[in-house]
Design a protein around this ligand. Structure first.
Ligand SMILES: [Zn+2]
Length: 400
């Protein structure tokens, strides 16, 4: 607040804040756009000091700069108006939108932002609970084995391939980025700097329309890749949450996997982290339970039919046959079935000797870490509603 007061005292007077005609340039933008950042800053410092106290990795807020960051500004709810497919923004006026506002309720505010050459407005609406929660269309229970080749292998046997838009666009991105890079180099040479030296602070390259056009093309290419990925992930995660009352995922260390330089691009292209994030928030909307298996739960190595622990299984084995019961397993489907078992069963049909010297594998499905085994009564005569409630109660009581 002290910083804000200091800013308010000088913003229309200080010579550094006046334009060439001696007028304060802040008057040309709307007040919310330069008032709201103080609230954001306060929140950012709060989080920073809380994280430090909690011993978590903390990140101090960084400066933003027009064109160098995510270009965006906030508009308070009394400063804009939405009518059908149009929005009236302060200082800008009426603008057509691509679609109407789909939610009814109290409008709290809006954030206008830019991605590549397109502008978006995110309108925050407080909706009734009944408008937020969605009805599930199914009561399935599935385990999902996540991967890079197939993003999700379901315990139902379905294998879902990710589109990997970045891989497909890589060549195009390389060519277009190279064209932009040549224009930057020539601009550097034009001002007398070395071809690839970083631009000194405060300095600007001469304005060039062709360079701007080229930069816009690169940005659009990247934006399209991100849109393709987001579209696929949203449809997939919505379907999974809508059709199931319980979803079991493995606990992948995505950040750790991103540290592998050979895998990082493929993992980022599939969007594994985003998949987990979307499942988590959509599950709330559909009342779906998400169970995260412990990182050390051997979902690939167990036989999903008899519980045999195949210690000899290596990463390159895509399929294997259980020596105990003779079932032939696809590696990923078997893993997905074992994950599903974490909520559908607490024990396997029979205890079986493990391959490491015949010790009984009792407790194979005992809860480890975050795993919460739940007995799921799949056949009840009381109907679907009852079934869901029984399941939910069991889930919470055992977790506690
Ligand atoms: Zn077996």
């Amino acid at each position: 607040m002290a910083l804000k007061r200091q800013f308010n005292a000088i913003k229309y007077r200080d010579p550094a804040w006046l334009d060439a005609d001696g007028k304060p340039w802040l008057k040309t933008i709307h007040r919310d756009a330069h008032a709201q950042p103080f609230a954001h800053l306060a929140q950012a410092w709060d989080t920073f000091f809380k994280d430090i106290k909690a011993g978590k990795p903390a990140h101090a807020p960084k400066f933003k700069k027009k064109g160098r960051c995510r270009d965006s500004f906030y508009v308070a709810n009394d400063k804009f108006r939405v009518e059908g497919k149009a929005i009236r923004l302060p200082k800008v006026g009426w603008i057509k939108m691509a679609e109407t506002l789909r939610f009814e309720g109290k409008v709290l505010g809006a954030t206008v932002s830019r991605t590549a050459d397109r502008w978006y407005v995110a309108i925050q609406v407080e909706v009734k609970d009944c408008d937020f929660y969605r009805k599930r269309s199914g009561d399935g229970v599935i385990g999902i084995d996540l991967g890079v080749k197939a993003i999700a292998t379901l315990s139902t046997g379905e294998v879902i391939e990710a589109p990997k838009p970045f891989k497909r666009a890589l060549r195009r991105i390389q060519i277009r980025t190279r064209r932009l890079s040549r224009k930057l180099t020539s601009a550097n040479v034009q001002v007398g700097w070395k071809p690839n030296q970083p631009i000194p602070k405060g300095a600007r390259l001469p304005v060039s329309n062709n360079r701007q056009k080229s930069a816009a093309i690169v940005a659009r290419t990247h934006a399209r890749v991100a849109n393709l990925r987001a579209d696929f992930l949203h449809k997939l995660t919505t379907n999974i949450c809508r059709e199931n009352q319980a979803v079991v995922l493995e606990n992948l260390n995505v950040r750790g996997m991103m540290g592998n330089r050979r895998l990082a691009r493929a993992i980022a292209d599939v969007g594994l982290y985003e998949f987990r994030r979307q499942i988590a928030y959509k599950a709330k909307r559909y009342g779906t339970h998400v169970v995260i298996a412990d990182r050390w739960y051997p979902s690939s190595r167990l036989c999903s039919v008899c519980g045999w622990n195949n210690d000899a299984l290596t990463l390159s084995d895509r399929a294997w046959t259980c020596p105990h019961c003779g079932t032939h397993h696809d590696r990923d489907i078997n893993a997905a079935r074992n994950l599903e078992r974490l909520v559908t069963a607490t024990t396997l049909p029979e205890a079986s000797p493990s391959s490491d010297g015949g010790a009984a594998t009792e407790g194979v499905f005992v809860a480890v870490g975050q795993v919460t085994p739940v007995r799921y009564n799949s056949i009840t005569e009381s109907g679907q509603e009852e079934k869901v409630r029984t399941f939910a109660r069991d889930f919470h009581s055992r977790k506690a």
